[in-house]
Design a protein around this ligand. Structure first.
Ligand code: ADP
Ligand code: 5GP
Length: 201
């Protein structure tokens, strides 16, 4: 299963994914490359691969990314190597709306099953407040994020699921329900299903 969380910055994607990975340690996380500097507590290779702009552009030229975007002035991209992890384990991705639309196109064109979850805040004011409280943005950056969010929320009903992150525990329950349901698809249970069918022969 490839599970993609998308939505404006500050809606709680990182928080939701962190909790989900704790509860489902067998889920992998697609570690993106970024040119943005690390925030306090972020770990190289766990949260992101932090690279210079020159290195990112070199990788881009080498066609190392399945999707990429410039978000708030920094480059972000998902490498082919990270994407390939989804062949071996269920994988979660945290990408912006532009990137999610690229991945959707790619998976549809290649007949690859992926599940897209859009995360919305309960309202704009709450998004602004959460970004402000996270405390890592200048007033100008905050304004830019809210402006970008206005564009991104237009795509809210283009994806498979919508989570409204009002109460974190409830949002997490909804996300878990999606994982559980997706894991019940026959395609993801082929081995188990075939074993059972054998007993009927
Ligand atoms: P994103 O990854 O989408 O940019 P984050 O996960 O960094 O968003 O969340 C933005 C801020 O909002 C963080 O400070 C986080 O702790 C807080 N947050 C996330 N979900 C909730 C929630 N349901 N209620 C209150 N605060 C939340
Ligand atoms: P942040 O800097 O707050 O971690 O992330 C900013 C935005 O970049 C978020 O919306 C996040 O989903 C997005 N993002 C993170 N990694 C990628 C990626 O590999 N590709 C794209 N397109 N967006 C990403």
């Amino acid at each position: 299963m490839l599970l993609i969380l998308t939505g404006p910055s500050g809606t709680g994607k990182t928080t939701l994914i962190r909790h989900l990975l704790k509860r489902y340690p067998d889920l992998g996380f697609s570690v993106s490359h970024t040119t943005r500097p690390p925030r306090p507590g972020e770990v190289e290779g766990r949260d992101y691969y932090f690279v210079s702009q020159a290195e990112f552009l070199r990788l881009l030229k080498k066609k190392s990314f399945i999707e990429w975007a410039v978000v708030h002035g920094y480059y972000y991209g998902t490498s082919k190597a990270e994407f390939k992890k989804s062949q071996k384990q269920d994988l979660v991705m945290d990408i912006d709306v532009q990137g999610a639309r690229q991945v959707k196109k790619l998976t549809v064109e290649n007949g690859y099953h992926a599940v897209f979850v859009f995360v919305l805040p309960p309202e704009r004011k709450v998004l602004e407040e959460r970004l402000r409280r996270r405390g890592d943005l200048s007033p100008e950056d905050l304004r830019l994020r809210v402006k970008r969010a206005r564009e991104e929320v237009r795509f809210w009903d283009d994806f498979d699921y919508l989570i409204i992150n009002h109460n974190l525990e409830e949002a997490l329950q909804e996300l878990e329900a999606i994982v559980v349901a997706e894991r019940c698809r026959p395609k993801d249970r082929r081995k188990e299903g075939q074993q059972i069918i054998k007993t009927f022969r």
